[in-house]
Design a protein around this ligand. Structure first.
Ligand SMILES: O=C(O)C(=O)C[C@]1(C(=O)O)C=C[C@@H](O)C=C1
Length: 288
């Protein structure tokens, strides 16, 4: 015999929602207490001053979050909630601003900054990557956001990262890329290097190339992601120069890129490391 379905009223269900909301809020308050203790442990570990941002840890947390997610709540929402939680807990440890290069379009960059860092962290727009990098350089623990556009990029802004004491690329956002990401603009995060916290899955290099040509562009190996800009510095007479920002996955070297370019009569005259970041994690590739 079929049992009649148990009756549950709207107010019972709302009481459940209230119980869950209160539990989530209390857990967030408990999280703040852990952060207070974590700040002290980080200091004794020698990480005093500068930014509290730990890109490797965040990349790992965001990957696990999206992998375990299921149910009605859209992944975009869950990701943005955790981005705000983590970015704000970073901020309460050591206040910082996000200096964003809006020269490629303000709305898309602002969306990216707000998605990844929320509204408590101040957003400082700059017209050009160099200005954003200069603001980061002048700060103790601020972050810069610059579009990691793979297409032609105007001026080679990454040369401002070359000096040994200049800021460096420390992360690439979104931590989890996917085709329909609501803040899907790939951006580099630039900061003063964080002691003992660099993640080197992908290493980023500034290359100075003489003898640049369409053939040389085609010769760049497919494992390398490259942004190319015209090089204003005069190269040897009659040879075109280019500035490249090349991202290499673990196990790949600048020497391999140099050898491939040499096949196309292009010579790398200088190569400078300008940072590194966690491996790009693409959700659609995992079938998740
Ligand atoms: O794990 C840390 O080092 C923290 O500071 C905690 C925390 C977090 O809120 O979970 C905040 C900032 C870091 O970028 C990474 C994670």
């Amino acid at each position: 015999m079929n049992q009649p379905p148990p009756t549950i009223s709207l107010s019972d269900l709302r009481a459940e929602i209230d119980r869950i909301d209160e539990a989530m809020h209390r857990l967030l308050m408990e999280r703040s207490e852990i952060i207070e203790r974590l700040v002290k442990v980080k200091r004794t570990g020698g990480a005093e001053g500068g930014s509290a941002f730990r890109p490797a840890r965040e990349a790992d947390m965001m990957r696990r979050l999206v992998q375990r997610h299921g149910g009605l709540l859209p992944l975009d929402t869950v990701e943005s909630i955790w981005r705000v939680i983590i970015a704000t807990f970073t901020y309460v440890q050591a206040p910082y601003q996000v200096h964003a290069d809006i020269s490629g379009g303000e709305p898309v960059m602002r969306d990216s900054a707000r998605f990844h860092f929320g509204f408590t962290v101040p957003f400082a727009p700059h017209m050009g990557a160099e200005a954003a990098i200069a603001a980061v350089a002048a700060s103790t623990g601020d972050l810069g956001l610059i579009a990691a556009a793979p297409a032609a990029a105007g001026a080679p802004w990454w040369r401002a990262l070359e000096a040994p004491d200049a800021p460096k690329i420390i992360a690439r956002l979104p931590f989890v890329e996917r085709a329909d990401h609501p803040a899907g603009l790939p951006v580099f995060v630039v900061a003063h290097p964080i002691r003992d916290a660099a993640v080197t899955d992908v290493c980023v290099h500034s290359l100075h190339v003489s003898g640049w040509s369409a053939r040389a562009a085609r010769a760049i190996p497919s494992f390398a992601e490259a942004v190319v800009a015209a090089d204003a510095e005069a190269g040897p007479a009659g040879r075109e120069s280019a500035a490249l920002l090349v991202s290499l996955p673990k196990g790949r070297t600048v020497a391999e890129v140099m050898a491939a370019l040499a096949e196309a009569d292009a010579v790398v005259t200088a190569s400078v490391g300008v940072g590194s970041h966690a491996a790009v994690f693409r959700l659609d590739q995992t079938g998740a």
